[in-house]
Design a protein around this ligand. Structure first.
Ligand SMILES: *[C@@H]1O[C@H](CO)[C@@H](O)[C@H](O)[C@H]1NC(C)=O
Ligand SMILES: *[C@@H]1O[C@H](CO)[C@@H](O)[C@H](O)[C@H]1NC(C)=O
Ligand SMILES: *[C@@H]1O[C@H](CO)[C@@H](O)[C@H](O)[C@H]1NC(C)=O
Ligand SMILES: *[C@@H]1O[C@H](CO)[C@@H](O)[C@H](O)[C@H]1NC(C)=O
Ligand SMILES: *[C@@H]1O[C@H](CO)[C@@H](O)[C@H](O)[C@H]1NC(C)=O
Ligand SMILES: *[C@@H]1O[C@H](CO)[C@@H](O)[C@H](O)[C@H]1NC(C)=O
Ligand SMILES: *[C@@H]1O[C@H](CO)[C@@H](O)[C@H](O)[C@H]1NC(C)=O
Ligand SMILES: *[C@@H]1O[C@H](CO)[C@@H](O)[C@H](O)[C@H]1NC(C)=O
Ligand SMILES: *[C@@H]1O[C@H](CO)[C@@H](O)[C@H](O)[C@H]1NC(C)=O
Ligand SMILES: *[C@@H]1O[C@H](CO)[C@@H](O)[C@H](O)[C@H]1NC(C)=O
Ligand SMILES: *[C@@H]1O[C@H](CO)[C@@H](O)[C@H](O)[C@H]1NC(C)=O
Length: 844
């Protein structure tokens, strides 16, 4: 602080006087610690800080997150985000602001509270009390005792791996240094995750959850770690492996990067490589692991391969079968796979020629975790294969440039199939399994040819009979509906048949429930205002009471559907057959002159927005309830998209279309409206855009293109609204000037998601789930439909503890910058009413 003042003085005051003043000021400044050193008798108090000579790093007392505890830590001096890189007293915070950092009488660095008792000590063996502590421009805190380094913070890393830092394994003492995650966002105490070198002395880096491996880098080949997909030698990573044979220590370090790079092991178990971006003035995530399910260690169990793009992701290696097919088929892969046919070498008790065994190539994989007996740089493929065949214990081999011949002799663990790069693994199989392979291929070809012939035949048949088939579907509905309609003439009384029908199962529900207009009128007191419960996108909704006491909801469609009576009834029948616990049940319809009325089951708790945006009622929505709501909506939508016979795209999913039953279970309403209004759901481009501002996917709003992925987008928005308790359509951050999606992205990217969520939810115990939920939400609102997950994957991601969602990219449609770059149809959108559904013509 004071040094610049002194320099400024220097310019104004010439000569000796200036030099004098400068030295006085330096002393002052030394006292107030705007320097990079601490000496004995000059402790650093809470509120003061050390700044490295180049102004890059700062050391002082800080409080993480919402905690009021005080810790001594190092952070970047210049960057506005408070990124803490190292913490001294991780487990023993100072409870108030009376703490001091000092050099003790024995020359060690200590943190003392106001009772002068030591909360933390560097515990170094020091030769004298003559110590100087310096914060260097690398971010290292060095205790120089009588001319040598007695202690340095780089030897005791917390959760951040910085350039120049060595995280290693001492081959003599077997002591391993570890990076350890924080316990939570606001507690720097050691958490569940750690990162260290493989204790078995392979050149792999491991992430651990407790003592269980969670992720591994694969071996070092001199340029990259071969188990990291996409790590290619062309990029400068700056990693180096020391000469561990000579030093008897094995460690990696990286130095090619400048100080604005760091690797951080987050408290939720993901290693992130962050780069400081000048232009955005913010950290940018360059790389992170493990992100996909297959990157998690041994996701599929032994002798199986994990492929992120496959469904299911796990498959047994060729020649292997599930150890327990029941578990395996149920999606529990933990027991892995076992060899189907024993190796010939074991059967024949031979060892010399390999007993007739052969090899099957597995291309482009993350090679299994180690069991290498001998690695030999320079061994070529045939030599390696020979070596494997000669030893009856060998199960697979690989030859890797920069490493040599690798041989596995045990079960193969943690194989991931890469979509790019990877190494070839040669899997040893009994000769019969290899023949089997050829047979299989032949069978496969025959099957495919047969299937093609059969389906061509079927298509031809269907085409010939298309008229007859269509009539087959129409006739019963038409006849039934028309007779009811004409005989009733609008005054036919309704018996209890509706309820009887609804209690029976879905298949018997083939008849249209056509209600008379008079009956509906009397149930709703002639559509009186006192019975009006809501105004939906398609018309007012009234509450009705049947003579038996059952409550119903009556939706009076405000616009003519543009359909004939028959088509309207056809659609209603189809839609009334959709039954799922997360869909509002359609009980029937009523047609009277121009009136088109739909009758639904009644939901006493009304819609989600009535709770979510009400300051008092929102407290009823605790985390468990919201979780249940999110999952319920996802399942209902999945049913519409995939599991129902109609494959319905909702097109207007929003908080006011989610109704809640007595137990706060969510039920999607207004589904199938596009069908009722005569829009052809098989088309992917429509002239009429129906939807609600704030929920519409960019491609739908701008080009009228819709697909199941536009519903996924709306679901993503809804999810973020449920978590934050804020409306996307009206939310605008007062300072940052960004909308809800952009805010979610920003905070997620900065590891600050707890600031995004509704304060009602912010409890530490839920934070891991919250992070996961927001991750899923951000994936759903990706700009490109192809980048959004299907509802099936969303359900899996939300419900599974183990599958790890992919990392989202920054959604751009949502930022104002991109908004103004788009064409005029978007500007129209902005002017639309924000609360209501809109129907408009696209500008094309
Ligand atoms: C830190 O910020 C100051 C003022 O903004 C600037 O002069 C200085 O160069 C910066 N230092 C570093 C290391 O970026
Ligand atoms: C702590 O130590 C300082 C200096 O050594 C002394 O002035 C102060 O009284 C001590 N405080 C307590 C509470 O012992
Ligand atoms: C220093 O030693 C004390 C006593 O052995 C121990 O309680 C403390 O945890 C050690 N501190 C550090 C930072 O290792
Ligand atoms: C320790 O301090 C002494 C005296 O200030 C200095 O000569 C020496 O270079 C320093 N040693 C290290 C390793 O920083
Ligand atoms: C850490 O592990 C404990 C015990 O298994 C668990 O309760 C806690 O939720 C875990 N914390 C995180 C952040 O995963
Ligand atoms: C680090 O920064 C310096 C100067 O800012 C630059 O010359 C050098 O290339 C940078 N190093 C890397 C690896 O980016
Ligand atoms: C980052 O900002 C500094 C100071 O503002 C500037 O000197 C440097 O060139 C910038 N680096 C890049 C990569 O833009
Ligand atoms: C999977 O199967 C193993 C036994 O093979 C069992 O211990 C484990 O609990 C199962 N996991 C789940 C999620 O069912
Ligand atoms: C024993 O080895 C021979 C080749 O040496 C092979 O043809 C035969 O299939 C093997 N027997 C069994 C049971 O695998
Ligand atoms: C192979 O050795 C086992 C014992 O190691 C023996 O039981 C078996 O009979 C032998 N098989 C043949 C074909 O020699
Ligand atoms: C096969 O490899 C194992 C494991 O290293 C070793 O113990 C055994 O001696 C080897 N056998 C032969 C015949 O080389």
């Amino acid at each position: 602080m004071l040094v610049p003042m002194a320099v400024a003085c220097c310019v104004k005051l010439p000569g000796l006087r200036c030099a004098l003043l400068l030295s006085v000021l330096s002393v002052l400044c030394f006292l107030s610690h705007a320097s990079d050193t601490i000496v004995p008798d000059q402790p650093l108090r809470d509120g003061e800080s050390l700044i490295s000579a180049g102004g890059i790093f700062e050391l002082g007392f800080f409080s993480p997150g919402k905690s009021s505890n005080r810790y001594v830590g190092i952070w970047y001096h210049n960057f506005s985000t408070n990124t803490v890189l190292w913490v001294a007293n991780r487990q023993n915070p100072v409870k108030d602001t009376t703490g001091v950092l000092a050099i003790a009488a024995d020359g060690n660095l200590v943190i003392l509270d106001d009772g002068n008792s030591s909360l933390w000590s560097s515990n170094a063996s020091t030769a004298s009390s003559d110590s100087v502590l310096r914060l260097t421009d690398d971010g290292n805190l060095v205790l120089n005792n009588s001319g040598s380094v007695a202690w340095q913070s780089f030897d005791y890393p917390t959760d951040t791996y910085m350039p120049g830092m060595k995280v290693g394994l001492d081959l003599r003492t077997k002591v391993s240094q570890k990076l350890t995650s924080w316990a939570s966002e606001d507690d720097p105490a050691p958490g569940n995750f750690s990162l260290s070198m493989d204790p078995r002395e392979s050149t792999q880096i491991f992430m651990w959850e407790g003592t269980k491996p969670r992720w591994r880098s694969g071996r070092w080949n001199g340029q990259v770690f071969i188990g990291i997909q996409g790590m290619v030698a062309q990029y400068i990573y700056g990693f180096k492996l020391n000469n561990f044979v000579q030093e008897q220590k094995m460690y990696f370090y990286y130095d090619a990067f400048n100080s604005s790079h760091r690797y951080v092991l987050t408290w939720y178990g993901i290693e992130r490589h962050m780069i400081w971006k000048n232009d955005t003035n913010d950290w940018y995530q360059y790389w992170a692991q493990p992100i996909t399910p297959c990157e998690v260690y041994n996701q599929c169990g032994k002798n199986a391969a994990c492929t992120d793009s496959a469904s299911p992701i796990c498959s047994c290696l060729h020649g292997f079968v599930p150890a327990s097919s029941e578990e395996w088929d149920g999606g529990n892969w933990s027991s892995g796979c076992v060899r189907r046919t024993a190796l010939g070498c074991r059967m024949n008790n031979s060892s010399g020629d390999g007993g007739g065994d052969g090899f099957q190539t597995l291309q482009g994989v993350k090679l299994p975790d180690i069991s290498d007996w001998n690695t030999d740089v320079g061994a070529d493929s045939s030599e390696c294969q020979d070596r494997c065949l000669r030893n009856c214990s060998c199960t697979a081999y690989a030859v890797v440039t920069g490493i040599g011949c690798l041989i596995w002799g045990v079960d193969l663990l943690d194989i991931q199939v890469f979509s790019i790069g990877g190494n070839d693994l040669f899997l040893r199989l009994a000769s019969s399994e290899l023949d089997d392979n050829k047979k299989n291929t032949a069978v496969l070809i025959v099957t495919v040819v047969l299937a093609v012939i059969l389906s061509l035949g079927l298509i031809f048949l269907l085409w010939k009979c298309r008229r007859r088939i269509r009539n087959l579907f129409r006739r019963p509905i038409n006849e039934e509906g028309l007779s009811m309609f004409s005989s009733g003439g609008g005054s036919r009384d309704r018996s209890g048949s509706v309820r009887v029908n609804y209690e029976s199962n879905d298949e018997s529900l083939s008849e249209l429930q056509l209600w008379s207009f008079d009956f509906v009128q009397s149930a709703t007191k002639s559509f009186s205002d006192s019975n009006l419960v809501g105004e939906g996108g398609f018309g007012p909704v009234y509450k009705g009471l049947l003579p038996e006491g059952q409550e119903i909801a009556v939706k009076r469609l405000s616009r003519s559907s543009g359909q004939g009576i028959e088509e309207f009834k056809n659609e209603v029948v189809l839609i009334s057959k959709l039954q799922h616990r997360n869909l509002v049940r359609l009980l029937g319809c009523c047609i009277h002159e121009q009136e088109r009325i739909l009758i639904y089951e009644y939901m006493p708790n009304k819609s989600l927005d009535a709770f979510l945006y009400d300051q008092t009622k929102k407290n009823l929505l605790d985390w468990t309830t919201r979780c249940n709501i999110i999952e319920g909506i996802a399942r209902g939508l999945l049913y519409l998209h995939r599991d129902s016979r109609l494959r319905i795209i909702h097109r207007d999913l929003k908080a006011s279309n989610i109704l809640l039953d007595e137990e706060m279970n969510p039920k999607i309403s207004d589904f199938g409206m596009a069908r009722i209004f005569g829009n052809d759901d098989n088309e992917t481009n429509t002239q009429r855009v129906v939807g609600t501002f704030g929920y519409m996917a960019p491609e739908y709003a701008m080009q009228g293109l819709f697909s199941v992925k536009s519903d996924v987008y709306s679901f993503g928005v809804l999810l973020l609204e449920i978590l934050s308790g804020k409306r996307n359509s009206t939310y605008h951050h007062p300072e940052l000037g960004i909308n809800l999606i952009a805010l979610a992205w920003k905070l997620w990217n900065e590891d600050r998601v707890m600031e995004f969520v509704d304060p009602v939810l912010a409890q530490p115990c839920t934070s891991k789930q919250l992070v996961r939920c927001i991750n899923v939400g951000l994936l759903c609102v990706q700009d490109r439909p192809i980048d959004r997950p299907s509802m099936a994957s969303v359900v899996v991601m939300l419900e599974s503890e183990t599958s790890v969602p992919a990392l989202p990219r920054q959604p751009t449609f949502t930022t104002d910058r991109t908004f103004s770059e788009t064409d005029s149809s978007t500007i129209d959108l902005k002017a639309m009413s924000v609360n209501d559904s809109i129907t408009m013509l696209t500008g094309r």
